[in-house]
Design a protein around this ligand. Structure first.
Ligand SMILES: [Zn+2]
Length: 159
């Protein structure tokens, strides 16, 4: 029998437990939600990626009337970071969302399976873990590695 353990630390935004750097990243992710193109779902997601030189890259979900052609906020930001700054390492990605009522979600927003796979590839590519902040107004989850979000994952070690 194999036991898989996932470590997730948790903090409340109101307690100001976020570092100044993480707080700035949260603000960037929240601002990115306002650049979402989500006329079909009404669910506006923003992602902010912090690179090792201090650059912050933002992305938002971009929907399409042909639904599968849309793109999640996380992948928009990760692919932009990879194409614009291929030699920089990603330190942290922060994700926030607003629902159909326009308010930020109270529960932390979590990346879909496809984005988890892309996060993992980014981590494998740069050979260092990526911190992940899943943000809601009631709570924020900090996860230390993309691998924790995708246990028993498929990666390039199979190829
Ligand atoms: Zn996604």
């Amino acid at each position: 029998m194999k036991r898989i353990e996932i470590s997730i630390s948790y903090c409340k935004v109101e307690e100001k437990e976020l570092s100044e750097e993480d707080r700035a990243l949260l603000d960037a992710a929240r601002k990115a939600t306002y650049r979402s193109y989500s006329p079909y779902s009404g669910f506006s997601v923003g992602a902010a990626v912090l690179l090792d030189d201090g650059t912050v890259v933002e992305g938002s979900n971009q929907e399409n009337c042909s639904y599968p052609q849309g793109q999640c906020a996380e992948r928009t930001a990760l692919f932009y970071a990879g194409s614009r700054y291929p030699d920089r390492k990603i330190l942290t990605i922060c994700i926030a969302a607003r629902g159909t009522d326009g308010a930020f979600t109270s529960s932390p927003i979590s990346p879909c399976g496809g984005c988890r796979q892309v996060l993992l590839e980014s981590e494998v590519r740069q050979k260092t873990p990526i911190g992940i902040l899943l943000c809601g107004t009631d709570a924020i989850y900090r996860i230390d590695s993309a691998r924790d979000l995708l246990p028993i994952s498929f990666d390039n070690s199979y190829l």
